[in-house]
Design a protein around this ligand. Sequence first.
Ligand code: IDP
Ligand code: MG
Length: 149
Amino acid sequence: MERTYLMVKPDGVQRGLVGEIITRIEKKGFKISALKMLQISREMAEKHYGEHVGKPFFESLVGFITSGPVVAMVVEGKDVVKAAREMMGATDPLKAAPGTIRGTMGIDIGRNVIHGSDSKESAAREIALFFDEKELCDYKREIDRWIYE
Ligand code: IDP
Ligand code: MG
């Protein structure tokens, strides 16, 4: 099954939004296969956001993502990379659709609560950056037959 990397950013943790975000993922039917809280180092942040090196917001982005703990997770399901991005909403929370995570919970682009991989390739790279293979739990859920036809 397809996997993505999702991460509640430091603003989401500070604001007590971890539970609500995880609830939305579970309620949708997606399966959490790894979950942990960690503080990202500058080195990891620069790798994670490598595509943004040199952009005007890069320094503040790295400063922000390393400013407090994040909650990192690997989430599994059908078409989950695209579906999770849709559940998150647009990068700028004021432009994100109202029912989405960012649309519901944020205002500024630099405080947009959640990260999600933008492609299957990014997902594989980001999962490998934040998790050891042995941290991923491979388990069956009986309820899957009520979620997938
Ligand atoms: P994404 O998180 O929706 O994939 P990206 O373009 O990959 O968006 O940007 C990574 C993060 O950098 C965003 O989530 C946002 O917090 C921040 N960011 C992106 N563009 C800007 C900007 O123009 N100004 C300030 N921060 C930005
Ligand atoms: Mg991105």
